[in-house]
Design a protein. Structure first.
Length: 64
């Protein structure tokens, strides 16, 4: 069976991703994630309120 190239490993001819590109990609992902959470909170207000209250309770009981 022929050996398949590893998808995650960069090819020899492809330049490695720079730190700036990685940070830009991560920032875009985090923006999209926040947008998705806001949309979910609007679509399911009761569940969002419960999650907010649960998070607040967790933060109140957390010891620094």
């Amino acid at each position: 069976m022929p050996e398949l190239p590893d998808r995650d490993a960069p090819s020899v001819d492809e330049p490695r991703e720079t730190d700036a590109e990685r940070r830009r990609r991560r920032a875009r992902f985090l923006r999209e994630l926040a947008e998705a959470r806001e949309l979910r909170a609007r679509v399911q207000p009761r569940r969002a309120k419960t999650a907010r209250l649960r998070h607040a309770m967790r933060m109140r009981t957390f010891r620094w």
